[in-house]
Ligand binder design. Sequence first.
Ligand code: FES
Ligand code: FE
Length: 439
Amino acid sequence: QTLEEVKTKIQRGMLPQWAFTNHDIYERELEHIYAKTWNFIAHESEIANPGDYVTRWIVNDPILLLRDKDGQMKAYLNSCAHRGMQLCSADFGNKSTFTCPYHGWTFNQKGELIGIVAGNKVYGHEMDKSQWGLRKIPRLESYRGMIFASLNPDAESLEDFLGGMKWYFDIMLGRTTNGMEVRGVPHRWIINTNWKISSDNFGGDPYHTAMTHRSTVELGISPQDPLYASYGHQVVLENGHGINLCTTKDGGTKYPYQGLPKELWGEFEQNLTPEQRAVLYKTVVFVGSCFPNLSFVSPMHGTGGPDEPLTSFVNFRTWRPLAPDKIEVCSWLLVDKDAPESFKEASYKSYIGSFGPAGTLEQDDGEIWTRVVDASKGYMIQHKDVHYDNVLNYIMGLDRVEPDESWPGPGVAYPTCYLDAISRAFYEQWVDMLLASEA
Ligand code: FES
Ligand code: FE
């Protein structure tokens, strides 16, 4: 089966199941997708002050991201130029220099090698310090406080990469004057699944909610109507990105602007267009993915008692591939800086109970994704000719559901969220990038 054939299948709504578990494909993904594209690594509020740094990973590349004393963001490979030691082992902190734990070489915020233990005694003219600085990450750009890096010097601009997603990021991240901040530190945990399963689930699969998250229905947190997560629009964007904007059945809402504090509503007028405001006014849940592995969910959940009002939150997460069947989730809770402290705390609690590492909905999803991969490793799946085709079903809405031309935002918007249009576009982008590697 050639990738060209796979592409044709994807366009017809069929994905070979071995895509989740094949080791060969996995290695090619790392080289031809992750090393080529933009990767979300941090939010600007995490390195707000000169000297602030965080350490992150782009798959297997360790990243040291910092703000230097002039306020500029810098990103280096977090591996010492001497013998490769991981230079900085802390998750975050504030430093003006970094000293390597192995032999004690010291680097400044510009990545320059400025100190060598016993340098004058053990090195002579063979040592030109200017040659042994930290290796720079080729590209670093941000949009609405979201910092992305790329290992590809020739990557298109971040804004071109995000494309129409910027319009939706503006609604979630740029609606208030001072933008967002990360509350707490990002949570990290491991799930034994494939990165595409989680990314595609957030991007294109509101259909799973009525069953996977059935406990929330039984508890009365989610509506009984099995179509409850279908109302609204699914929007297919360029480059494999997609977003669902879920509303109530009739588009009305008890919680205008997702129940965000009234003190912020005036800021929405200053920062959003009337069309963006109208979308924010009625949307109950924003959920989607930026290809390849940045997903987000901004829903409304309770914070405790049944009588307490629902509180919205904004959660971004990356699915870092560790193996074909293993990812590390890194999950950020973002809140509007200008919101009152009481709302920030309620928003954080709402996240922790639902999509935090031990949140109910998070646990539902992780369990399912693990078992999809467990069921995708065997002989019949991997040996493509044993069972005819071995493809999975992504045909929902294919050639049937027509775009809603009246949708005010960018992208191709369909008038339902129960649709596999984003998933098909996601996997088409995936196969296109693998195919580009063959050309
Ligand atoms: Fe860093 Fe030797 S490996 S100083
Ligand atoms: Fe889910």
